[in-house]
Ligand binder design. Structure first.
Ligand SMILES: Nc1ncnc2c1ncn2[C@@H]1O[C@H](COP(=O)(O)OP(=O)(O)OP(=O)(O)O)[C@@H](O)[C@H]1O
Ligand SMILES: [Mg+2]
Length: 243
């Protein structure tokens, strides 16, 4: 395990030091005290405006991105956040489940959860105790939220959207929301073909972190073969990107 790993307990301090405007806020509470290292740690520490983490399935990309998003919202008063995927329908069973059950300290809806959910089983947004709000959306219904300005945007499975959509989103997190001096758009993705726009937008346009190859930040152990458990697919495309 890397000596550089950082636990969830230290993330709030590090994110605050790098990008949040009011770093004296109490540390964000989390469901688990995960360790983060490699590409996940780079993603969390990155202070610039665009960052994407790419890598094979089940390597902790979404967990890392959501820990960062949750920390930014927790520590930035009145912040406006957006969690978005190509479709709202696909966001619900994926990143929203991870956010509610593996990132928030208690699932929202429980009276002890400090983050309140609005919209029930098809949530529209979450409110934080400091006035911050996290809106959910899908690019299939982008008119609903693209007239607003955001401080922080998280794009789940960014390889599904095209570069025009990515640029529409970056145009909504330019600093005009006014609650942070460090607006960010964070994406995670499973790599697609080698000419995908994400690969072509490598630095200086954005930081590109890899959750695979020789710097696995985290990898779920494969269940023994023959047990009937699904094994994460490691595709040719994923290997190519993460080599
Ligand atoms: N740093 C970590 N420490 C311990 N467990 C972790 C860590 N990160 C992720 N996990 C576990 O691994 C599972 C998969 O993580 P996650 O959903 O973030 O992977 P992913 O790379 O986004 O996968 P996919 O490509 O399928 O979207 C999580 O549900 C969580 O239980
Ligand atoms: Mg994921």
């Amino acid at each position: 395990m890397s000596l550089q790993m950082s636990t969830a307990r230290t993330i709030a301090r590090r994110v605050a030091a790098n990008v949040a405007t009011n770093g004296d806020s109490p540390a964000a509470p989390f469901a688990h005290d995960f360790d983060f290292f490699g590409g996940a740690e780079q993603l969390i520490d990155y202070p610039g405006t665009e960052v994407i983490i790419a890598g094979p399935y089940e390597t902790g990309k979404t967990i890392a991105a959501l820990h960062k998003l949750h920390t930014l919202l927790w520590t930035t008063k009145n912040a406006r956040g957006l969690m978005v995927r190509k479709t709202y329908k696909s966001l619900l069973p994926s990143a929203v489940v991870t956010y509610e059950h593996k990132v928030l300290p208690i699932p929202p809806g429980h009276p002890d959860c400090p983050v309140m959910v609005f919209g029930g089983s098809r949530p529209d947004w979450y409110d934080y105790p400091n006035g911050a709000r996290l809106v959910l959306g899908g690019m299939d219904n982008a008119d609903k939220f693209l007239s607003a300005e955001f401080d922080f945007i998280y794009v789940n499975q960014a390889e599904e959207i095209d570069v025009d959509d990515w640029e529409k989103l970056t145009g909504r997190a330019t600093g005009r929301a006014g609650n942070t001096e460090h607006p960010q758009i964070i994406g995670d993705c499973n790599p697609s073909h080698p000419y995908h726009w994400i690969l072509e937008r490598e630095p200086p346009f954005q930081q590109f972190c890899r959750s695979g190859g020789t710097s696995w930040p985290f990898r779920v152990p494969l269940p023994p073969s023959g047990t009937g458990h699904p094994r994460p697919r490691k595709t040719r495309r994923a290997r190519r990107c993460c080599a």
